[in-house]
Design a binder for this molecule. Structure first.
Ligand SMILES: C/C(=C\CNc1ncnc2c1ncn2[C@@H]1O[C@H](COP(=O)(O)O)[C@@H](O)[C@H]1O)CO
Length: 199
């Protein structure tokens, strides 16, 4: 199996149940064990931090991408060692993460997570070059979002409602991205900024 760069979108908050941090950490561990590189928003807090620490616990590789203005707010003391790209703003971060990943896994989160998920879905809907997207559902988290998409389709505003996959376990998500990316030619890495190492 080729080693992938997997973009993970998830909350900078920890949610209202320990399950969110647990599944984030488990996802990170799975990525590390399978030798995939985590591409994420460089957070040391919330579910983002749990995913990164999971990867680090298995000695995995991490690329963090964060706008300068979020560094002090989201990078925290518990941030594991990683390569870091600093971006001008959130839009630049999103572009860099999407261009730098072969596939995407989204855990529950807030506005930032939904923004990133919608970006990938709308790119796929337009036929642009973007990796497959798998959503991990912990407690019905994605149901309202999926209902919104179904509703838009029923009203004739969305043509495809099959542009992402939903699973409820970290291992299923990793299995699925491996299966979805394997038949494809790996995407060319874009972006020219040299990452710096932190910690
Ligand atoms: C403000 C802009 C766009 C819409 N909002 C966001 N876009 C991208 N990233 C965001 C946005 N709001 C928060 N974030 C960051 O995403 C990460 C996860 O956030 P969550 O809300 O906890 O899911 C975290 O790093 C947030 O800071 C203009 O481009």
């Amino acid at each position: 199996m080729a080693k992938l760069s997997v973009g993970v979108f998830c909350g900078a908050s920890k949610g209202n149940s320990p399950d969110y941090l647990d599944i984030g950490h488990e996802l990170g561990r799975m990525l590390g064990v399978r030798g995939h590189r985590l591409v994420y928003g460089a957070g040391g807090i919330g579910v983002m931090g749990a995913v990164a620490r999971g990867v680090a616990a298995e000695g995995g590789r991490i690329l963090g991408v964060i706008p300068e203005f979020l560094r002090s707010r989201e990078m925290s003391d518990e941030l594991p060692s990683q390569e870091l790209v600093l971006t001008r703003d959130l839009l630049d971060r999103k572009r860099r993460m999407i261009d730098g990943a072969d596939a995407f896994i989204a855990l529950p989160g807030g506005y930032g997570t939904v923004d990133e998920v919608v970006e990938v879905l709308s790119m796929a809907a337009l036929g642009l070059d973007v990796g497959p997207l798998v959503l991990i559902d912990v407690a019905g988290d994605w149901d309202p979002f999926l209902a919104l998409v179904e509703g838009m389709a029923e009203r004739g505003f969305v043509r495809r409602t099959d542009l992402c996959h939903v699973v409820d376990r970290a291992s299923e998500a990793v299995d699925l991205v491996e299966a979805l990316v394997e038949p494809m030619v790996p995407r060319a890495r874009r972006g020219s900024e040299e990452p710096m190492r932190v910690r």
